[in-house]
Design a protein around this ligand. Structure first.
Ligand code: SF4
Length: 614
């Protein structure tokens, strides 16, 4: 079948490697990308598996469009059971590793077991080898990629972990160039398997079902992107303009989610612009939203491919600092160590608040002064977390586990859902976005149900009042399923959120590549998105997750937000939860019903849900 490569299965315990065909029915029903990830994780990782044991699996997936010249569709994704949450997790990344997987004839790589000693997987000309990584262990993500290119040639592209993944920092990431699959501890699982990197040397091409139709659709896609007002914004500013947007709405979390607006935010976007040297981007993407920035002198001298909006927040709002140069240094260090910037910044904000409240003192912080605004201490703490030194060793466990160990009421200041740290949006000022965090299958993730209606006033499927609690259940569902639909491609979040790629154009591209008639139907694609979302939910239900876990931190339910245009807001969570479960066709305890599962073609899953449906 055109548009698809094979599955490479690698068992690091036994050294067995084999390629398998992906069944045609799976291609039709799940299309690719996140769909394949959800399907194989559900089928192959049994309930109760310890995420850091050899029984967990690590899936690298791409969609049918990867490696083609369609725009912004060559993203790659890592799917696993998260060591942070114990739930389904997916982390998406860019650069060109996804295209290289397709050039190697692969749509999926499944890593099983655990190597006895550090290794890397090397793939060339359809052959795979497990190689010794003793020389690579301890190197940072940039040194590792450089070493692999020196060893195997400049055509090699790799995805690797840094020291944080080796040391099982619970929010370690996987990096290709400076683009990262960050959230949920996917790099931690890779480290637990003693797998330092996957390197691919390939120069193949992707077979298309209908090359002429595809050429035409891609030309239309390029014209649509050029005509979209968001194109120049993303190309010129990247995601950093979000600082202005969220502060102006009072949803930029400050002081560990106590306040909704940062002092002096107005100048930050311009300061980032003045330090920008050039654009960077992913394979076959005309937007090139990445920005390489450079600090010319001083304690933070150096350059970074970033930070993106989320990372800029993680190293500023969390600790109430508007210092731009320190965020660039912090971003670079996090990327080199191989850590999720959001979780790292959130954990540091948590430590700063514990310091403010007297729960941590300088005796606990290795002498660091964690007073609000101290960006030097933040940068130092990042290094300590990545190396698991002193207080950093505690924070490397994430805020939920760190709070449990600290005690003294520290859990009241741990801003997480299901054990994953909350990103750069204050739920009290954007209720559908916040409840997407609360109900998400992987814990709070900004691009896993992004409420463009609330955050960017996009009136699709309708306008909403961002402060309203009532009438949000259907919006939360719409955004979550919408994201799952596009992540079969895998389409980058920015073009699909800005409607540069629509369900119609995605369908036209998929049809021309795979030739499966259903893939050209936008309604079918919407159903696939919902199918994926329900299957991920069922994975979590099997693990014991239900309504009790779909909750924001107590602070957001009881403490009115301070400062800025969203001041005074709280989230009336139960109102939205009831509506949300009803519109999903789940029980009021958050369990997918047999009727809904059957309607989505998930008949096999109904028996697994029976013990949980009351
Ligand atoms: S829009 Fe940015 S992140 Fe998305 S594919 Fe293009 S360069 Fe990569």
């Amino acid at each position: 079948m055109a548009g698809y490569g094979r599955l490479l299965r690698v068992n690091l315990s036994t050294g067995d490697m084999r390629q398998e065909d992906i069944p045609d029915q799976v291609k039709k029903d799940f299309i690719g990308g996140r769909g394949f990830g959800a399907k194989y994780l559900y089928d192959e990782v049994a309930p109760g598996v310890d995420p850091l044991s050899p029984d967990n699996k690590l899936l690298f997936v791409v969609g049918p469009l990867a490696g083609t010249n369609a725009q912004s569709v060559s993203r790659w994704m890592v799917v696993t059971k998260s060591p942070a949450t114990g739930t389904f997790a997916r982390a998406v990344a860019g650069a060109d590793f996804g295209a290289w997987m397709r050039f190697a004839g692969l749509n999926m790589i499944i890593i099983e077991g655990k190597a006895e000693k550090p290794v890397y997987l090397y793939i060339e000309d359809g052959q795979s080898q497990i190689r010794d990584a003793a020389e690579l262990w301890g190197k940072d993500t940039q040194e590792t990629q450089e070493w692999l290119q020196q060893a195997h040639g400049r055509r090699v592209r790799s995805a690797c972990i840094g020291p944080a993944g080796e040391k099982l920092v619970r929010f370690a990431s996987i990096t290709s160039r400076r683009r990262t699959a960050s959230r949920g501890g996917v790099g931690t699982v890779m480290g637990s398997k003693n797998l330092k990197a996957i390197a691919i040397n390939a120069g193949g091409r992707v077979e298309l079902h209908d090359p002429d139709a595809f050429k035409e659709v891609v030309q239309q896609q390029i014209e649509a992107i050029k005509a979209n007002p968001g194109f120049s914004v993303f190309r010129d500013s990247g995601t950093i303009a979000g600082i202005w947007l969220t502060n102006a709405s009072g949803i930029y979390p400050v002081r560990n989610f106590q306040e909704g607006q940062l002092d002096n935010y107005e100048g930050m976007v311009g300061e980032y612009a003045s330090l920008t040297k050039r654009n960077e981007g992913c394979y076959s993407c005309m937007i090139q939203c990445g920005k390489v920035r450079s600090v010319p002198s001083g304690p933070y001298k150096g350059s970074s491919d970033g930070p993106e909006y989320e990372s800029a927040w993680a190293f500023s709002g969390t600790i109430d600092s508007s210092n731009v140069e320190s965020t660039i240094a912090a971003d670079r260090l996090c990327d080199e160590l191989g850590m999720d910037t959001i979780s790292a910044g959130n954990a540091i904000g948590f430590a700063f608040e514990l310091f403010e409240k007297g729960i941590l003192t300088q005796r606990d912080t290795d002498g660091l002064d964690l007073s609000w605004g101290n960006h030097g201490a933040l940068v130092e703490l990042i290094g300590k977390i990545g190396r698991r030194e002193g207080l950093g060793d505690l924070l490397a466990e994430g805020v939920q586990r760190a709070a449990e160990r600290i005690g003294k009421g520290a859990e009241d200041y741990a801003m997480h859902v299901k054990g994953l740290e909350i990103p750069a949006y204050e739920p009290r000022g954007a209720k559908a976005h916040g409840m997407s965090f609360a109900t998400s299958n992987m814990g709070p993730q900004h691009n896993y149900g992004y409420a463009g209606q609330e955050l960017m006033s996009i009136p699709i499927p309708r306008e909403v009042d961002r402060f309203a609690d009532e009438g949000k259940g259907d919006i939360v569902k719409f955004n979550q399923d919408f994201c799952a639909t596009f992540e079969v491609g895998i389409v980058c979040v920015f073009p699909f959120l800005m409607y540069m790629v629509t369900s119609q154009s995605l369908g036209q591209m998929l049809l021309a590549v795979t030739g499966i008639p259903e893939h050209g139907d936008p309604d079918y694609l919407g159903k696939v998105g919902e199918r994926i979302y329900n299957l991920e939910r069922a994975f979590n239900v099997r693990e014991g997750f239900s309504r009790k876990d779909d909750t924001l931190p107590k602070r957001m339910l009881t403490e009115p937000l301070k400062k800025g245009p969203s001041e005074g807001q709280i989230v009336r969570q139960d109102v939205i939860l009831d509506e949300y479960y009803d519109v999903r066709g789940w029980t009021r305890n958050g369990i997918p019903t047999p009727e809904r599962l059957r309607a989505l073609g998930l008949e096999d899953v109904t028996k697994d849900m029976e013990p949980f449906v009351k």
